[in-house]
Write a protein that binds this ligand. Structure first.
Ligand code: ADP
Ligand code: MG
Length: 505
């Protein structure tokens, strides 16, 4: 009994010693007479093979615990398995094995017998001494491998990110340019679709969030600071990853940049270990949405015209296909509304929130994503969407639905146009005909069955600009989608109001 206990204790001690003791390894480059080295406690032996000029070059040596900590990626894997292979192991002379780049060429010829000194004990002791530590060793190795793998992954991940961020930093550090110039430089010299991804990520990771400025369909929008400049950060929850990806993808459509489309800066998906933060960074507009602005302020006739021209220009640019290598596909927005138009400080506007947009491939006459028919905001849905008569296969129909919604935004805008101090209060379209959160059915009854449209006040007839706006709205609201104006036509018609006004002045 006592003998067995002593044996057990000895075995446990032995096995622990086995796991932690210094190892002796083969060392090709060592100048010691027998070409061996010692690892120190918790070290490892390693062997590697590398292809140099088509020839396999092997190397073997020791790795101290400190080196292992810093280099466990080295032990763990190679990113170029066809060029370099490495192996670390934790028994004496275990690195005597011969590695090969191509497994088929493996040969064991130079695997020498490991010089393990076997203790001269009895059979039972011997069996126990060999079997039990071996089992413990196996468990230890499995645990160790998992630990190393875990560390290796974390190490790989953080180091890969560090390296990428360093590169992004380098690209940014060499300049003290403001965002606008940076975007201009990089988008004109690059692919025409925006900042390089590395730079996007580096910018995103150095933004300091300041305050929440808006809430929409997906998560929250924040004002943030980057190098002292304000930026807007739309934060998606990780379950809306697809929406985040889609919106980032649309914003990076080649040649999309336009003064009346929200200026996209970058996208970033930051994994903090427990959840993924999905960011879309864009230019910040302190006045917020047109909805917010019109709720607070009225606009002058000139102001109304400039807003109307800029929204129509932004939509015309979205809708337009540009042919050529640096061309742009036609894009339909599918959620035009006053909350998705932002007001700039210079009195113009930009179209934002491209999350539901679809692109047209004119070569195949197809739309880039399977479009489920009723997306967007019910209040702004065109009659053909409400009654489901829309032809999903024709891209034109999506553009026409945008135009219908554009007419509604113009109506919201024109109501706030102050002429000789007279104007109306802010209202959403159909405010007097449907409840505050209307259902499709509520909208369909009013828009399709009763064929009602927002009221155009008589007094608009006495102001040229408002009269033109009223006429444009009606031409955007036709039940027959094909009869509606195009964004380009809308833009040209209001621009002419400016010209007429200039001549009169
Ligand atoms: P969602 O897809 O959730 O509707 P949006 O992109 O429409 O998100 O943004 C929601 C709101 O956040 C907008 O209506 C607006 O008030 C505010 N917002 C969004 N982007 C900006 C920005 N770049 N500058 C200022 N405010 C913004
Ligand atoms: Mg929105």
């Amino acid at each position: 009994m006592t003998r067995t206990r002593t044996m057990e204790a000895a075995l446990i001690f032995l096995s622990i010693a086995h796991l932690t003791a210094a190892l002796r390894c083969v060392c090709q480059l060592c100048t010691t007479t027998n070409h061996t080295c010692d690892t120190g406690a918790d070290g490892a032996c390693w062997s590697s093979v590398m292809l140099v000029d088509g020839m396999e070059k092997t190397d073997r040596s020791c790795m101290s615990p400190a080196e292992m900590k810093a280099e466990n990626v080295y032990c763990f894997s190679s990113r170029m398995p066809n060029v370099v292979k490495r192996n670390c192991c934790k028994t004496d002379f275990c690195n005597n094995e011969t590695l090969h780049i191509h497994p088929g060429s493996f040969d064991n010829s130079d695997n020498k017998k490991r010089p393990l000194e076997e203790p001269a004990w009895g059979r039972l002791e011997l069996a126990l001494v060999i079997l039990v530590p071996s089992c413990l060793l196996c468990v230890g190795i499995v645990v160790g491998v998992f630990a190393i793998l875990g560390q290796g992954c974390a190490y790989n991940r953080t180091h890969k990110q560090d390296a990428e961020e360093a590169l992004g930093d380098q690209m940014l550090m060499s300049t003290d340019k403001c965002l606008k110039d940076l975007i201009y430089d990089m988008s004109t010299s690059g692919s025409g679709s925006g900042l390089p991804l590395l730079v996007q990520r580096t910018i995103a990771r150095t933004i300091v969030l300041q305050e929440s400025i808006g809430k929409g369909r997906f998560g929250e929008v924040w004002r943030g600071k980057w190098r002292g400049e304000d930026v807007a950060v739309k934060i998606f929850s990780s379950r809306d990853e697809r929406s985040w990806f889609r919106e980032a993808e649309i914003y990076q459509t080649i040649m999309l940049r336009h003064e009346n489309i929200l200026g996209f800066i970058g996208a970033d998906n930051k994994d903090n270990g427990s959840w993924t933060q999905l960011w879309l960074v864009s230019e910040y507009h302190e006045h917020g949405s047109l909805f917010d602005y019109l709720n607070r302020y009225t606009v002058s006739v000139e102001g109304m015209i400039v807003y109307a021209v800029s929204i129509a220009s932004g939509l015309a640019h979205l809708h337009m296909e540009i042919i050529g290598t640096q061309g742009k596909p036609a894009i339909a927005h599918r959620d035009i509304k006053s909350k998705n138009v932002l007001v700039k400080k210079n009195g113009t506007a930009v179209i934002a929130d491209l999350g539901l947009a679809v692109k047209h491939d004119s070569n195949t006459n197809t739309i880039d994503i399977p479009s489920n028919h009723r997306v967007g905001t019910k209040r702004y849905m065109a009659p053909e969407i409400l009654d489901e008569t829309i032809n999903m296969r024709s891209f034109e129909t999506f553009k026409r639905a945008d135009i219908y919604a554009l007419g509604l935004v113009f109506w919201e805008l024109a109501r706030r146009c102050s002429v000789r101090g007279l104007h109306e209060d802010f209202q959403l379209p159909y405010y007097d005909l449907v409840p505050s959160d209307p259902s499709i059915e509520d909208m369909r009854k009013v828009v399709c069955d009763q064929k009602l449209r927002p009221n155009i006040p008589n007094q608009w007839q006495s102001c040229e600009a408002l009269r033109v706006m009223g006429k444009l709205m009606r031409e955007c609201w036709y039940a027959n989608a094909a009869a509606r104006l195009t964004a380009l036509r809308v833009k040209k018609t209001i621009s002419q109001v400016i010209v007429i006004k200039d001549i009169k002045d």
